[in-house]
Ligand binder design. Structure first.
Ligand SMILES: Cc1ncc(C[n+]2csc(CCOP(=O)(O)OP(=O)(O)O)c2C)c(N)n1
Ligand SMILES: [Mg+2]
Length: 277
């Protein structure tokens, strides 16, 4: 069934709440990554709440879809989405980045319910996701693997090795979503590593390439539906147009908000923009 207007409004409301809670958690922690977390909000919400086959009551079920947050530094948003979905209590967000927490600075498959792969080193996620996709194909469960990449991932040679291998092995149960905000840790992608025509590049590697609005839940749903509708032997790359720091005006598009502690004054400003309690 397509996305109803009610469901879309519900998911958008959730995203508003997630943004506020993540900013609050990062403020409390005085460490972590605001920009990339805010950027990936709708992508993760659409996957976990609308498109992926996951079950918090049975987090290890073998036929579940796998979701790999390759850009592991955006863990706070992943945790907030997982908590809302029911993998662990929302209250636990208070422990973000504290000693002995299950919610570490980067996702840990060993510690955090619902996490399918420990990530953080950029570039490694897509290769692991490909391995998962090939393994799942052997098990004939129909499970799919969604890998969420950032600009920093795409800079890494290993991603392009995975791109070639995924085509060679016809991994059409692998869907990569590129959170394409065009900003990295210390500047714009255009300055750090100019990307050129990404659609042409992934297509030339043999991927089926789609584009969508990365903050538009309907657009994300349509792209994921298209990706899954006609597996044709090719892996799928969804280029999702996003804004780093989305939702907080003074963070939007600013690499300076990649990984910076939020001051009391900035937290007040952000909270006023995001609303909520
Ligand atoms: C291999 C590797 N090199 C460097 C880093 C440090 N690092 C963490 S995040 C980041 C930039 C990531 O930018 P992007 O993927 O565009 O993330 P987003 O804009 O979505 O936050 C870098 C260089 C890392 N995690 N892994
Ligand atoms: Mg980026």
């Amino acid at each position: 069934m397509g996305l109803t207007a009610e469901r879309k409004a519900y998911l958008e409301k959730l995203c508003g709440k997630f943004r506020r809670d993540v900013v609050d958690a990062l403020y409390k922690a005085q460490t972590g990554h605001p920009g990339g977390s805010l950027s990936v909000c709708e992508i993760l919400t659409t996957l976990y709440f609308e498109k992926a086959n996951v079950d918090p009551q049975n987090p290890e079920k073998p036929d579940r879809d796998r979701i790999v947050l390759c850009k592991g530094h955006a863990a706070p948003m992943l945790y907030r989405v997982l908590a809302e979905k029911g993998f662990f209590p929302v209250e636990e967000m208070k422990t973000l980045r504290r000693l002995n927490t299950r919610l570490q600075g980067h996702p840990s498959v060993k510690h955090t319910p619902g996490v399918d792969l420990s990530t953080g080193p950029l570039g490694a996620g897509l290769s692991a996701a490909l391995g998962m996709a090939l393994g799942l194909r052997l098990s004939k469960t129909g499970a799919r693997v969604y890998a969420v990449l950032g600009d920093g991932d795409v800079n890494e040679g290993m991603v392009w090795e995975a791109c070639m291998s995924a085509v060679k092995f016809k991994a059409d149960n692998l869907v990569a979503i590129y959170d394409w905000n065009r900003v990295q840790l210390d500047g714009k992608s255009a300055d750090i590593m100019p990307q050129g025509d990404m659609e042409a590049k992934f297509s030339a590697f043999g991927w089926r390439c789609l584009t969508c609005g990365g903050h538009d839940i309907k657009s994300l749903c349509d792209a994921i539906d298209k990706a899954n509708a006609y597996p044709d032997g090719r892996p799928v790359m969804i280029l999702a147009d996003t804004v780093k720091g989305k939702g907080v005006s003074f963070m939007e598009g600013q690499n300076t908000w990649h990984g910076k502690a939020i001051s009391e004054a900035d937290h007040k400003r952000a909270a006023a923009e995001l609303g909520g309690d």
